[in-house]
Design a protein around this ligand. Structure first.
Ligand code: NAD
Ligand code: WQD
Length: 340
């Protein structure tokens, strides 16, 4: 059944790919984004790919209650997918109040507005970072949370406030998706990841080295207790993440909060990722081993069985495709979405 969906943060990396999936499956989409970490050009690529327009795009701050009220009054929204947040772990330690204000405060404003307008269906962006400093492999959803930085704590707090709100409002149905490490890009090469400033995450950093914007990839630690000494992560194709949101919309029928990992269930080390990305590019990516980055855990891999059992859903794209697609986007957008 087609839904009318408000997507907060819909111009961002995961949001823009999700909007394409939603449009491709016949849903009406309204985007709210303040473009604090995204380019409006991403939405041009979205409509080009989907071949049909968005119902509306609002450049607004999630915390602006007046703007949210106007959006919910103007459209017959029945569901919300909430991506808008700040997501840089290191920055969250430098400006924690900003993180709590946007990520937690923004979610509270959104929930209040949804409640006042009778909208009871929400998909929320959570994160594997809430598992924190863990040695459990793979990680199932009922592992205890132990977030180790302000960003991760904002996501954990949101899950808790969503559970409490669901307990009070029986009509509310929320799915929180804990993504592991989303990478890759739309296979068209039109849509991808375009971080502001120097990338924090490994794949966009590698991609910017490959196009010559950065000189070499720092490999943060090669002395971990892993097969090749570098950290292992569960990289997941962003189009699989987007597809997971599309499918989540069809499962927002049970009242209460449900939590699901979105991961592949297999890990790749930094060296393995580097080798696969080098294969996609066709040459070695310059890199240098540096000391460990504070806060990194050796291995983080999802147990994806809960979502497989509940929805019959699993990821379908492998590391090779993630790297090939990321490289296609980076090659065609060496400076991101900015005009050449
Ligand atoms: P992103 O920064 O590309 O997208 C977030 C979007 O929200 C951006 O377009 C930004 O402009 C917008 N935004 C930020 N603050 C806003 C505000 N106050 N009002 C309106 N819009 C605002 O990030 P992403 O990688 O697409 O992540 C999307 C969500 O997924 C985030 O909630 C993030 O915490 C979560 N997440 C991301 C990852 C990852 O590795 N990318 C992993 C787990 C969870
Ligand atoms: C991956 C691996 C680094 C950069 C982050 C967030 C997490 C979630 C996903 C939002 C690690 C190594 C990195 C570099 C490197 N996001 N690395 N050189 O830290 O697993 O997870 O994104 O919710 O909350 O923390 O991802 O891409 O930063 O790092 O060697 O220049 O690559 O040490 O082992 P991470 P990442």
């Amino acid at each position: 059944m087609p839904h009318t969906v408000l997507v907060t943060g819909g111009a961002g990396f995961i949001g823009s790919h999700t909007v394409v999936e939603l449009l491709d499956h016949g849903h009406e989409v309204i985007v709210l984004d303040d473009h604090s970490n995204s380019s409006p050009y991403a939405l041009d690529a979205v409509t080009k790919l989907a071949g049909r327009p968005l119902a509306a795009v609002y450049r607004a701050d999630l915390r602006d209650r007046g703007a949210l009220d106007a959006i919910f009054t103007s459209h017959d929204i029945d569901s919300v997918i909430h991506f808008a947040a700040k997501k840089a772990v290191g920055e969250s330690g430098r400006i924690p109040l900003e993180y709590y204000d946007i990520n937690v405060g923004g979610t509270i404003t959104l929930l209040r507005t949804m409640h006042d307008h009778g909208v009871h269906r929400l998909v929320f962006s959570s994160s594997c970072s809430i598992y924190g400093d863990t040695t459990t492999v793979p990680l199932a959803e009922d592992e205890p949370a132990g977030p180790t930085n302000p960003y991760a704590r904002t996501k954990h707090l949101c899950e808790q406030l969503l559970a409490d709100t669901c307990a009070r409002h029986g009509e509310l149905s929320v799915i929180a998706l804990r993504y592991f490490n989303p990478i890759g890009a739309h296979p068209s090469g039109l849509l991808g990841e375009d971080p502001t400033g120097v990338p924090n995450n490994v794949l966009p950093y590698m991609a910017q080295v490959a196009v010559g914007r950065l000189t070499e990839l720092p490999v943060f630690g090669a002395d971990y207790a892993t097969p090749d000494g570098t950290c292992v992560r569960d990289y997941i194709h962003v189009v699989d993440v987007a597809d997971g949101h599309r499918v989540a919309l069809d499962h927002l029928d049970e009242p209460g909060l449900s939590v699901f990992n979105l991961g592949t269930g297999s890990g790749a080390s930094v060296r393995e990722l580097l080798a696969e990305f080098s294969r996609a590019v066709g040459r070695e990516i310059p890199h240098r081993v540096e000391s460990r980055r504070a806060g990194d855990v050796p291995v983080l891999i999802a147990d994806p069985s809960r979502v497989a059992t509940a929805w019959g859903w699993r990821t379908t794209r492998d590391l090779r495709q993630m790297c090939a697609d990321a490289w296609r986007f980076q090659q065609s957008h060496p400076r991101g979405y900015q005009p050449l």
